[in-house]
Design a binder for this molecule. Structure first.
Ligand code: ADP
Ligand code: ASP
Ligand code: MG
Length: 453
């Protein structure tokens, strides 16, 4: 069986975590009948990307000295971890890590002098976490007797030039994966790549957006036609709700691609929202597993998983969305009105999540408010428009919503007395979305969770 195994930040956080990772990969190889080597995709060590984001911000604010101090500490942390997990290749690895940080420090210094950080420079800074973590893990494998090859993900994952949220060029990426990654696997080497990072066709470093290592794993998995994409993380699988909001949620043993997509999109951080797409195109099962409890079954995501009758699958929430109400007594029913309305959002590259309509008004929610003023100005050309911030979306997901009409009523009833701004059930009838105030989220999530789980 061929697999891609992705390890998130907490699963490579320190020497113990990296040693656990090596144990898990060894276990996987022992299980595979043909002993085919897996592809291992790693995130930056826990917290590193957050620090790099802060460093880029310091550069933009002209705080070069503070940024340099942060980078020094970051280099120290990586050198300590690198030294602890290697032996024979230690000297070479430490030199490589120093070299990456030297280059980064020079770049950040230049950005701080200019006080200007373009999306492209930001990607160059953010990418270093995965470059060094993957170098460390590859060397650790080799020194612990697991043949491995470090492959710079930027030479494989080709993206467009939408820096900070780049999209993969699947055709080019698959060609390169077959040319560069597949031969290592065939030779019995574990191929180790950084997640999250890629490069444009011109070789400029890009990133897939925060949490993007899951997406990288799925992209490599689809290109190499693997049998399974494994997401190793710090929880037991997809949970029935965000554990930071609802205490003691349960593990969802299996769910469908469509359910997982909805949950990821509406806030289940355990999976990057784009992860499912490459898996769907090749029909590759995705497993979510806990790297501290590798013996657990985790969650299995497949095309046709059906939950137990009478239940929802899970709930998720996305905070800090903005509701825009658009009212036009004259024009709403006129043909062409909705086209005109959505063209405004398209022009300003702003995605709309939830939409509800009535006779004279349309309400939509948006996540990205960077162009909100311009959107409202443009809407004012043909309608009244106002917005309300600090709202949230709660999304209750379950294939069973299609078959069991009582679930909808049960969900709404459980939210009794919590003011609901919008409620919608999409045509797929796989989810119900509620829009409510940010401050009502914990209460509403607990009520829904109590009702259904
Ligand atoms: P990694 O670094 O391994 O990619 P993330 O922090 O990105 O891990 O994602 C795992 C975290 O997602 C969990 O620790 C948990 O707090 C959060 N999370 C939010 N919603 C869910 C959910 N429905 N199921 C599981 N985890 C969730
Ligand atoms: N390190 C990146 C982040 O923190 C990517 C990832 O972990 O998936 O966003
Ligand atoms: Mg993640």
């Amino acid at each position: 069986m061929s697999v891609v195994m992705k390890f998130g930040g907490t699963s490579v956080a320190d020497p113990d975590a990296i040693n656990r990772l090596i144990g898990i990969v060894r276990g996987q190889q022992a299980k595979s009948a043909n002993r085919s080597a897996p592809v291992v995709v790693v995130s930056a060590l826990a917290g590193v990307t957050d620090t790099l984001v802060a460093v880029a911000q310091m550069a933009e604010d002209g705080e070069g000295a503070r940024a340099a101090t942060e980078l020094e500490a970051l280099q120290e942390r990586h050198l300590t971890v690198a030294a602890a997990v290697t032996s024979a290749s230690r000297a070479k690895l430490l030199a490589d890590v120093r070299c990456e940080f030297q280059e980064l420090t020079g770049l950040v210094h230049a950005l701080a002098v200019l006080r200007e950080v373009s999306p492209r420079s930001r990607d160059a800074v953010h990418a270093v976490g995965e470059v060094v973590s993957s170098r460390i893990v590859a060397a650790a494998f080799a020194d612990q007797g697991v043949p491995s090859a470090w492959i710079d993900a930027r030479t494989v994952l080709v993206t467009d030039a939408e820096h900070n949220a780049a999209a993969p060029d699947m055709i080019e990426t698959c060609e390169r994966a077959r040319a560069r990654v597949a031969p290592e696997l065939a030779a019995g080497n574990v191929a180790v790549l950084g997640g999250f990072i890629g490069a444009t066709a011109h070789g400029v470093t890009s990133t897939l957006g925060r949490g993007g290592s899951d997406y990288s794993a799925a992209i490599f998995g689809a290109c190499l036609d693997v049998d399974e994409i494994q997401i190793w993380t710090d929880v037991d699988g997809m949970l029935t709700a965000d554990p930071r909001i609802v205490p003691q949620p349960r593990v969802v043993p299996q769910l469908s691609f469509a359910e997982a997509s909805e949950l990821a999109y509406f806030g289940a951080k355990v999976l990057h929202p784009s992860t499912i797409l490459p898996a769907v195109t090749k029909n590759i099962p995705v497993r979510i597993l806990n790297s501290r409890k590798p013996e657990n079954a985790g969650t299995r995501i497949t095309a046709d998983a059906m939950p137990d009758a009478g239940r929802l699958t899970a709930i998720a929430c996305k905070r800090d969305v903005t509701v825009i109400d658009i009212t036009s007594t004259r024009m709403l029913m006129a043909h062409g009105f909705l086209r005109r309305l959505f063209e405004v959002f398209e022009r300003f590259k702003t995605a709309v999540d939830v939409v509800t309509t009535s006779e004279v008004s349309v309400s939509v929610t948006v996540d990205d408010t960077r162009r909100l003023e311009a959107i409202l100005d443009n809407l004012h050309n043909f309608a009244e428009a106002s917005c309300e911030r600090e709202m949230a979306i709660i999304c209750a997901v379950g294939e069973n919503l299609r078959a069991d009409p009582t679930l909808f009523g049960k969900a709404v009833t459980s939210l009794d007395r919590i003011p609901l701004r919008l409620v919608s059930q999409a045509a797929s009838r796989r989810n119900i979305t509620f829009v409510l105030r940010n401050s009502d989220v914990p209460h509403a999530m607990m009520r829904l969770h109590e009702t259904f789980f």
